[in-house]
Each structure stands twice: as structure tokens, then as C-alpha cells.
Design a protein. Sequence first.
Lengths: 267, 340
Amino acid sequence: MNDMIKKVTQLLTDKTIDVFIGYGKGSADRSRAIFVRTAEQAENLVFSANCTQNLAGYLLKHEVKHLGKLGILANVAALRSILQLASEFQIKDGEVLVLFANPDGSFTEFLDFHSIEGYLLTTETGITSGEQERIAALEAMSVSERWTFWNQEFEKCIKCYACRAACPMCYCHRCTTDVNQPQWIPVASHERGNLDYHLMRAMHLAGRCVNCGECANACPMDIPLNLLTYQLISPIKAGFGATAGMKSDAVYALSTYKPDDKENFII
Amino acid sequence: MEKELKILKYSELSKLIERFRSNGYPVLAPVRKGKVVEIELVESLDAIALDVLLSTQSAKKAAFPKVEKVLRYTLGKSEVQQFPVDPEACPDTILFGVRPCDASGFKSLDAIFGEAPADQFYLKKKEKTTIISFSCPTADEYCFCTSVGGGPGNTAGSDLQFTGISKDDILVEILTEKGAKLSLLFADLLSEAGASIDKSKFLADVKVAFKVDSVVEKTTASFGNATLWLEQSLRCIGCGACAFVCPTCACFDFQDEQNTKNGVRLRLWDSCGFSLFTLHTSGHNPREVQSQRWRQRIMHKFAYMPEQLHVVGCEGCGRCSRACPVDMNIKEHLTAISLI
């Protein structure tokens, strides 16, 4: 921990960065994002098992960007978010200083996107075995059972949009659900409105979701929203050979046309 | 009315719910659903989670649901025929097993919706709801009711309040005419309570975190303190979780849903935390950044409501802090404001 405090203090002192996004102590047993701008604030940095929030979403927050040159403490999910955001032209190489928290407590500084790409090839980036089991259980259901499962989950939804706000990939200035001419998605948090919203969001994240799980963690009603987008990871990989958040210059599978694309899905 | 004290046996609680049901009252109560606790219609005591600290969402939906139909209409060739929804068309309902902060939260909603023009959809539902709150034997670090004028045994807003005083006995406080009328349904189950019962012995100890007068005064004076609001809200991601679980947040939106022939007008929850909330048609947004929206949330509850409605718009339930995905802790933020 002291290593990180020292490192961040030095980065701030020599003006390499203006602000460092890391974790501080939160309420009860929680951690929270903190935005360190002085050596004194750097003393508040912590890193422990409860520091799991994907901080990459803050890289695009207007008021955070406005603070100056950014540094960030990244976990694997945040590294992948950064690459995915880069591939979508939201972050440029060299714009963000990335410190990575190694599992052994030490820290690695990534100087460019290329080194992040190299690191991700050597580490586990997939979904956990527990998540895999839940998806397998969902896929084993009949279509009508799965329909019932999700409708029961969506019944709890209050449309607070915490899932969207917490997702590092949901950065659209005007989300489809907020567009009202035409009104694609019913605004109401009723059966149809909840279903349309969550399916629309899942489809927009197909091939872009970096399986950080922030949507599910953010949901105050405990809806396992991550399973929806996780389920779309394998089909995209199988159909297009693409995995999100592994390359900073990846082209998005679902918006790219190649003359030799398979067309066997056309009936 | 002067409050009356009675004793009810825990073992009779299930009879109570049966009596309510057999007399035609829908009963809304906290129900465990996995990790969340919802306020839902129940058929029997077994379904009710009386041991939980607080339901995930507040009880406001009893009178202010997340989606509410207020008008139906049909589109003719040249005219629109309207079929208004009768605000009176709601059943007498019992809200059972909620906490004092939920019951007192209705005081804020009464003030908001009672302002002219009075909101009949809310007021009729509220009028037809009898609230039986359970005082709090426990609290957690997010609770701060005692800092905003409430408390674990606060009776404001409740028609009846139940307090467990031993493993067998419940102290029943009959607080309003509505409560007295409902208690007639189970008068035979009640016995006299000795005047010597000290209710406070059975309540959680919720420490006072800040002086509310100081928060009101400092908030009112801090509108232009951009640094304060920015520093408090840098980690806020602008969702509506805080507003939607809040017992006193009352902002709403109207939406028409229609096909070529028929339509309905719906009243829906909304939140000042959303950037869309104040977006003008021109594209201008008077609250263009999140810190301004956070300021609005705090100022509405601690400056505007005290000034205009003479109530503080916060019950200290702490739900917003518990629900916040990024740990915006309102008790901490209000304490900091009180110490400016």
C-alpha cells in the first residue's frame, strides 16, 4: 500500500498527473472511489479485497476529466474497459496513466495500451466459474422457462438506471431509452418498459461488455443483469472471433462489414 | 386524540392479519425476495419479514406507486374522448410492519402533494391507508433518524405503532382515529397496558450525527459553493437509486402511451439525479453537471422544503446510502455540511 501512496505522491508532485482515481475507505465494510489531487489526499488510498469497483467509468465523467490529466488504479475489468473505450475512440493512448494492482499487492505501471494488451493475454479475463454455472443453468432452461425467469427478475426493476450509470460502456450522451422522438423504449417501469429497456441495453452491449459485473453490483433490487450481457459473449466470439476489451484498435464486430462474412444466418 | 396503550400477544399477530383480510382489507407489508425486501400485498403473517431492519424500497408506493394510470383516452376522427381515472377508486388498505421513518415519510409527501393544487391521486390513497408501524429494536450505521427529528420509536405518521416489549408481548399505541377504528377489529385480542411501561428501553440507540438546524442553515447558504457540491459528488454516477428508494422523494414525470386508437396517461417516478430531468427542448440544461444535480437533491430536502413546506425532506432512514452503487453516504455528507 505504501508503495502505491509513494508512487501516486510522486506522480502528482512531478505533475505527470493531476488526479489519481483510486480507492478509499467507504461506509461499513465498503470501499469507494476517491479522486486524489494532493500528497495529503494520497494518504487516504487503500487497497483491499473489497476494492472491486471498476473505476474506468470515471475516465469519461465530465467533471472528473475536467480535473486534468488522469491516473487510475485499474483491476483486470478496468484494463479491459480502457482498451474497449480506446477501440471506441473514447480514450487516446497516453491520455491516462494506468497503475495496475497485482494480486500479490504490488503495482505495475502501464505506459501504453500495447503493454495492457500484452498483459491481458497472460491473465484470466473470463467470467468466474460461479457465473459460468448460472449461465449454463439459464441456457439449460426451455425458452418459456427463461422468459419467465427474466420477467420475474425485471418485475423488481424500478428503472433507476443504476446499471446503465455504473456500466463503463454505457457512455452515450443520449441513451436510446431517453430518446422520445420516436419513443423506442417505454419510459414507464412496467412489464413492457422494463423488458424493452433491459433487452435493448443487453443488445447494445453485445460484443462490448467486458464482464466487470458493475451493472449487477449497482442494482439496488439485486437483479443479476450481468448474466444477460455475459450470455452474449460466447455467440459473438463464436460468430466473429471477437472478445471485447482485449485490443485498443479492435473493430466492433457488429458494425463491421467484410466481403467474406458468413451469411448463413439469412433465411 | 389522546393516545391509548394496549398489549397484544405476539402469538395473536397471525389472527390480526386474518381479521384484516377477512374484513376485506388488502395488507401491504415487507416481504423477503432474495437479498431485497419489498413492500407487497400479503395473505398471511408467514409471508411478512418483520425481523428486517428496513425494506429495500420505502413504503411510499402505497400512495405513490412507480407507475400510476391517471387518464385513459380514445382517439376519434376529430376528437379525443377522455376517461379520467377516479382517484377514489382505491381500496382501504393496511400498511403493516413498516418502520417509523416510513410512516413519518408520509408527512413530507402529504406536504408536497397537499400543496395547491392538491394531488388527489396521492391524497386519496394516503387517506385510505392505515399505517401500523413497528418501532426499531435495532439500527445500523446508515440510520440517522434522530438527527432529523425522528427516532426508532417516533410515532409521527403512524396510526398504530407496535413495540416488542418481551418475547411474548407487544405494546400497541393507538395514535389516531383511523388507528382506533381499525383496532376495533381486534379489540378482543388487546389487554390493558400498565402505565409504567418504558417504551424507550426497547428501542435501538441511534446516535445523533448532526444538528439538523445547522444543516438547514448551511445548506441554504451554500448554493453558490460549487467546490462543496463538486467534492461531495465526484464519485456520483448520476443514477436514480437514491431517489427511488427514498420515502420522501416525490418527483414525477408524465408519459402518454398510445396506439392508433387508445391511450393511457401514466405518472412515473423521476429523479433530479438524472441529466435528462432538467434538459430543455432547446438542448440547454440548467443543471448540466452532476454536482449541480447533487446540490439540488440536498437543497430540495434541506433548504427548499423547510422554507416552503416547513418540513425537512429527509427521515434519516439511510436507504439512499445503502442503495448507492458508489457509496454516497448522505449521513456523512450532511454531517460535513453541518460543520462548515
